[in-house]
Design a protein around this ligand. Structure first.
Ligand code: SAM
Length: 280
């Protein structure tokens, strides 16, 4: 029996339901319930929140979230083989689990969630990054969620929290840090997962700020940042040439040297440039 609930250990769950890991679904499972409880404790305001968990698999993190007191957990899982195991968890925690079968890139779970809402996930790299970008770029701010607690491969986690002047600094850092506090809260070696992936992982915690750190139109900022980092080795006057014929003047007005490279420019300066681009 596991230390955190009365359900069988995860290895047994996997054997019972024949959940051999599928590479095509990015399945690297966390089977240590002490570890999943530790990740769950990183989730903000857990006991008073509904948690949206994407990709629960056999339910290690789901069980961690519930054992640590999440008010409710709504899970979205694409692999139908996992559903019986998830239903067993729902039965062990009556009224606290809602299971949705589907692709998280397509289903909309909002109707099943009551604020405050936190999001937690251990997802395959490509799906995780795509969902993160969607969660960070809603039409309105603040978003429907208060915090994100997400497992990423270490290199992606480093890009989310990167500071200007570092190689990892780019579009993802700016998207994340413009409207959130972002930090790495845990590091995990490949051996923490079954089967072990090739690279290390890290849990990133992002909490949504009530308003963006600096004023800027989200669309303009996104265009400026995308153009600047698409050609990150070029000087800004060249990388941004396509955005405006008088880009050098606009850069100077903003206090950015036209000879600087995107990597050097702070989020505050990118926001000032976005405002200058919108000024007639
Ligand atoms: N959360 C579990 C854990 O920590 O052990 C499983 C993690 S495993 C890395 C990723 C999970 O996401 C798998 O269960 C996989 O089936 C699921 N998944 C992959 N793509 C998905 C998608 N597009 N929508 C929903 N779930 C997905």
């Amino acid at each position: 029996m596991s230390a955190i609930d009365t359900l069988p250990p995860l290895r047994e769950v996997i054997a019972t339901h024949q959940l051999s890991a599928r590479k095509s679904l990015g399945q690297n499972f966390l089977l240590d319930l002490n570890l999943t409880a530790k990740i769950a404790r990183q989730v903000a305001r857990l006991t008073e929140s509904d948690v949206l968990e994407i990709g629960p698999g056999p339910g290690g993190l789901t069980r961690g979230l519930l054992a640590e007191g999440a008010r409710r957990v709504v899970v979205v899982e694409k692999d139908s083989r996992c559903l019986p195991a998830l239903q067993d968890i729902a039965s062990a925690y009556p009224g606290r689990v809602h299971v949705i079968e589907g692709d998280a890139l397509e289903v909309g779970p909002l109707a099943h969630l009551t604020p405050p809402i936190q999001i937690a996930a251990n997802l395959p790299y490509n799906v995780g990054t795509e969902l993160l970008v969607r969660w960070l770029t809603p039409p309105e701010w603040p978003p429907f969620w208060q915090s994100l607690t997400l497992m990423f491969q270490r290199e992606v986690a480093d890009r989310i929290v990167a500071q200007p002047g570092s190689k990892a600094y780019g579009r993802l850092a700016i998207l994340a840090q413009w409207r959130c506090d972002a930090r790495i809260v845990m590091s995990l070696p490949p051996g923490a997962f079954t089967p072990p992936p090739k690279v290390s992982s890290a849990v990133v915690h992002l909490s949504a700020l009530p308003a963006p750190r600096f004023e800027a139109d989200a669309g303009t900022l996104s265009r400026v940042v995308a153009a600047a980092f698409n050609q990150r080795r070029k000087m800004l006057r060249a990388a941004l040439k396509g955005l405006s014929p008088d880009i050098e003047d606009r850069l100077r007005t903003t206090g950015i040297a036209p000879t600087e490279r995107a990597e050097q420019v702070s989020i505050e300066a990118f926001c000032a440039l976005a405002r200058a681009m919108d000024a007639t």
